[in-house]
Design a protein around this ligand. Structure first.
Ligand SMILES: [Zn+2]
Length: 170
């Protein structure tokens, strides 16, 4: 069970709505199982060339290749590496941990896509070398515009398992 202050849940929904129809993305910091802060990170997919798309596979890749760079950010995300590094420095300076990542699904349910699982497994590769805690993956779905849905997952061995989150009122 992870605890997330309601203000942070509201902020992630606001971020998703601001960026829609593009996917938003960001980082969550905190201690143990409690989220303390979020960092909004730029989704750089809108500015990526075709050559950079190689990490996406199968159906997602052919979808992405058909779209303009601007439209690609509507169905996928990639975080700006420099902003991620800055956020991680800030998290360390506050003696907090990186708890997880969040991104939005503008048109689909709050479930990890195959590409989300691929990206999570890539992160797993160097997470273990860097001895970082296992991250939580949160998805904010705007599929039902007036009723956003936020769900959290652990992603291990290419399998996503839902983790319960509890909203903490401030
Ligand atoms: Zn996704």
């Amino acid at each position: 069970m992870f605890h997330i202050p309601s203000g942070i849940l509201q902020d992630m929904i606001a971020h998703a709505r601001e960026l829609a129809p593009h996917e938003c993305c960001g980082i969550l910091s905190g201690k143990n199982q409690s989220v303390a802060e979020t960092y909004r990170i730029t989704n750089i997919l809108a500015n990526m060339s075709d050559g950079d798309l190689s990490r996406f596979e199968g159906a997602k890749l052919s979808d992405l290749q058909r779209l303009s760079p601007e439209e690609r950010a509507d169905i996928a995300f990639q975080m700006d590496a420099r902003e991620m590094a800055m956020a991680q420095r800030d998290i360390r300076s506050k003696e907090l941990n990186l708890i997880g990542f969040y991104h939005s699904h503008t048109f689909s349910p709050a479930r990890p896509s195959q590409t989300d699982i691929t990206i999570a497994m890539e992160f797993e590769g160097y997470r273990q070398k860097l001895n970082l805690p296992e991250p939580l993956h949160l998805i904010v779905s705007l599929e039902h515009t007036d009723k956003p849905d936020i769900r959290a997952y652990r992603i291990q061995d290419s399998q996503a398992t839902e983790v319960q989150i509890q909203e903490i009122s401030e």
